[in-house]
Ligand binder design. Sequence first.
Ligand SMILES: [Ca+2]
Ligand SMILES: [Ca+2]
Length: 167
Amino acid sequence: MSNNTSTCQPRAPSTRLRPNTRRPCGVLRSRTQWAALLLFVVGSTATCSKAKELPAGPDTVQTGLVVYEHANYEGRSALITQSIRNLADFSGPCSKPEGGGDPDWNDCISSLRVGAGWSATVYTNTDFTGTSLVVTGDQSNLQLVKGDCSHDGMNDCISSIALVRSP
Ligand SMILES: [Ca+2]
Ligand SMILES: [Ca+2]
């Protein structure tokens, strides 16, 4: 009655089936499952590395620093309390023009506020490299500070931040 034409239907032992040239269906199926599992793990790892979130900045900055998408503390904000080697790891408001990946905080910050007793060094490249700027107070417009970014000063080009608490 059943006319199952599945390729995984076990074949009756046959002298035409040469050993080691065809794998049993059970092995084939589990290999497929392993491949699917591997793809799932790789996919979720890639997703996790991008999906880190920063809390929105509070109205009054007491700890660390708060960064803003636009000048004059406008747009989306994020509270940063630890040094960040690569702002692209944190989902944010800035889309990448080359269409590479989800929006993040890389090359995005246009103003920032530093909590009392904290100091930040912002860098134009990841891993605390490139042009840097030490910030100990509020910066309402990073276009107006000294820098060589394509959007003026240090605007829309910060990629890493070293944060220290002053003793
Ligand atoms: Ca910006
Ligand atoms: Ca950059």
